[in-house]
Structure formats: structure tokens, C-alpha cells
Design a protein around this ligand. Structure first.
Ligand code: HPA
Length: 245
């Protein structure tokens, strides 16, 4: 199996079970990635790690250079990407603390550079995106969860919003009507670009708060951080059991 890339989101700016070999800044035609790529060994598998929001968590979701990140991972030989993200929970089964392996995506983002194919010399290309995520990695994540004894929900529709603000209650109602189960700010165009460039990509999502209107409590960063801290430990355990792919 090829080289595995892991994109870490909020709460996962480093993998403490990764044996780091070196870091490398990759120049891309699209500008700077979120940071240098971290090369290391996770349970005997060569892994390339990238913190989506930067290693100091300074890049908000709408400013992430998704094209540079995906291009850089592909450029160094990554073939498979595990994409970790914190999300809000919408459907009843997806309460705070639940980890899920989404199988569908709705893109509500706007104004983000979302393709490698801008026309002209880089051609007009329409990729098949009926199934937005790589079945092989989804399967491996589900097996990895089983092996590590961490419960996960198999399948969810990820709704990608623009952020950085959280949603209104009416927006979440609309997303729910549309079929969205979880809501996050980074799932698009990351998954689109991965497909365009030929990477096998799948997300692993940790629910860190009830989405707007799904709880009588206000959404606070303190509550999110508490869930995130504990939940990302379980995410790390799943990742360690998922590789080698
Ligand atoms: N909405 C959007 N993105 C998120 C949320 C949310 O409630 N929680 C974590 N990321």
C-alpha cells in the first residue's frame, strides 16, 4: 500500500504516537501549505502528517490553502489520506463525543478556490463525485476502530459550511432537512481536491458540540475543548490501528 497522509484538524495539531523523522516545506504552484509536512512512522507505517490549521492553529477554515495542502501531500508521494476533523452534531445518533466515518458530503462553502482544473491550459474536467470518499479507507477506518475498541458510527452526511462563525438555528434546520448529519467547516473543498488529484481520501469526524439549536446550552469553546481533548485520544487510537492500510 502507498504512503499514508494524515490531515489533523482542530485538536489534532500533532500525533503524539508518531515517531518523527523529519519535516519538509514543500513549494506548490498554489502558494504555501498550512505548514511543513511532518514525516514519521506510525506503528511501522510511513506517514506524512499535516496540521490543517497550522501547527499553532492560526489558520481559520476559510483561509486554509486547501489546494496547496493537497498538492503538497500528493507531490511527496502520498496516495491515501485520512482527514480528521471536529464537527457539530445534528442527527440524534451524533451526540458530543461520538466519532463517525462520513460517507456523503454537502458543500455549503463559498468563495474558496475549489478546483485544480481552472480551464485554459489546466483543462476543463468534471470528476465523478457521487461517492465523495474512498471506500477502501472508510473500511480500514472502521476496522481500525474495531481493533482499537473505539466505537464509531458508520456513515453520515457531512455538511461543510463557510465559517468561521457557527451556524444559526435556521441554517442547521435547513441542513438537517437537506440530509446533513454533521456540520464542519473544512470538509470542502478538501475532499474535492483530493479526488481531482487522484488521492484516496476519507474523513474521520469527532462530534465536539451539538449544532446550533440542538441543545438548550450555548455553544462554548470551553465545552468544545473538553470533548475535543478526550475525543482526539480515541481518534489517535483509531489512526494507530488503521495504518498500515
Ligand atoms: N459548526 C460548524 N463547524 C463546527 C462545529 C459546528 O457546530 N463544531 C465544530 N466544527
Amino acid at each position: 500500500m502507498g504512503v499514508v497522509g494524515i490531515i489533523g484538524g482542530s485538536g489534532l495539531t500533532r500525533l503524539n504516537n508518531l515517531q518523527i523523522h523529519n519535516r519538509r516545506v514543500v513549494r506548490t504552484p498554489f502558494g504555501e501549505a498550512s505548514g511543513p509536512l511532518t514525516f514519521g512512522d506510525l506503528g511501522g507505517q510511513e506517514v506524512v502528517f499535516l496540521a490543517r490549521h497550522g501547527y499553532g492553529h492560526t489558520i481559520p477554515p476559510h483561509r486554509v490553502n486547501y489546494r496547496a495542502n493537497i498538492w503538497a501531500l500528493h507531490h511527496v508521494g502520498v496516495t491515501h489520506v485520512l482527514a480528521v476533523a471536529a464537527v457539530g452534531g445534528i442527527s440524534a445518533a451524533l451526540q458530543s463525543g461520538v466519532i463517525c466515518v462520513p460517507d456523503q458530503l454537502i458543500d455549503y462553502t463559498s468563495g474558496r478556490p475549489g478546483t485544480f482544473f481552472e480551464g485554459g491550459e489546466s483543462m476543463v474536467v468534471h470528476i465523478d463525485f457521487s461517492e465523495p470518499y474512498c471506500g477502501r479507507i472508510r473500511e480500514r477506518l472502521l476496522e481500525g476502530a474495531k481493533v482499537s475498541g473505539v466505537g464509531v458510527v458508520d456513515g453520515a452526511t457531512y455538511a461543510a459550511t463557510q465559517g468561521p462563525r457557527l451556524e444559526t438555528i435556521a441554517e442547521i434546520r435547513r441542513i438537517e432537512k437537506d440530509g446533513g448529519d454533521i456540520v464542519g467547516m473544512t470538509g470542502a473543498p478538501e475532499a474535492v481536491l483530493a479526488r481531482e488529484i487522484g488521492l484516496c481520501y476519507a474523513p474521520l469526524s469527532l462530534v465536539v458540540n451539538p449544532a446550533a439549536g440542538k441543545s438548550s446550552e450555548p455553544i462554548t469553546m470551553e465545552a468544545i475543548d473538553a470533548v475535543m481533548h478526550e475525543g482526539m485520544e480515541r481518534v489517535r487510537a483509531i489512526l494507530a490501528s488503521t495504518v498500515p492500510l
